[in-house]
Design a protein around this ligand. Sequence first.
Ligand code: ADP
Length: 322
Amino acid sequence: MAVKSIAVLTSGGDAPGMNAAIRAVVRAGINNEMRVIGVRRGYNGLISGDVFEMNLRSVSDIIHRGGTMLFTARSPEFNTPAGVQKAADTCRRLGVDGVVVIGGDGSFRGARDLTAAGIPCVGIPGTIDNDIQCSEYTVGFDTAMNTAMEMVDRLRDTSQSHDRCSVVEVMGRRCGDIALNTGIAVGATSILVPEIPYDLQRDVIDRMRFTQKTGKKHFIIIVAEGVGGVEELAKEIQKQTGVESRATVLGHVQRGGSPTLRDRVVASEMGNRAVDILKNGMGNRVVAVKDGRIVDYDITEALNMKKTFNKELYEIALKISI
Ligand code: ADP
């Protein structure tokens, strides 16, 4: 069956570069002589029919903007069989033959359910945490890391002036990739990630004491959100080392901002690939990066994959950030 109409939506947490992905889907779709329908606020928009026809100019001037022009939402209703049916009915009513879902793995579970209800879906990983098991890279990750790095560089200036320790929480609930990469980039004395259980004495206090002996007077400790507890950690560090310590939670600032070149390029490649997959009559797929190349997987298979943590990079950090 020739695919004549596709819809595109963003779902779950937003990420810089989602707009670049939307743009690619719309332009590649139109290039393939498809009708492209924009859906507002994730699966909610599919349930309620909050949709609009898109053309080449609908996606002008968005490639450099953070957030998502389609808005995003979490949709508890879609998480029920009745909600999925409503969304599938909207697609049939609109003549939509396939849907591109830009989001995280919750959104991909939704895409799997909607495919099972008869509407082929393709997922594009859009999340700053880089926490999609099947992909080396997710749209938004590079921008978030660079934002975190810039913010910590600012904290470093003031920590250095006051001989302080900055304990900084960066995003990443179950994935320490932002913490690991930012930690290396800012020369953090310790990097605490959810993948590796930490020992306060060995991984923080002893490392600080060792570097104090070599003349270091200011410190940066990077903590992933999934490890948490930065206020208590700062107090404990101050108590045990005598170094004045301050906690900072960077929070949602990491979710915003103009996407980096890398996020724009990967988003463009992934958007184009998603349209190709639908054009070929396939559904229940997720686009991913493997060995630096764009690939795609069956969603169910992808959801069962295991994410590996870059232990080598972590070891390098231990060796050189001292
Ligand atoms: P993310 O996509 O960023 O992981 P969520 O986990 O919040 O974000 O998922 C986004 C939306 O995807 C949810 O609000 C829900 O509508 C849908 N979703 C999540 N999990 C499922 C599921 N198991 N089955 C069907 N839909 C789901």
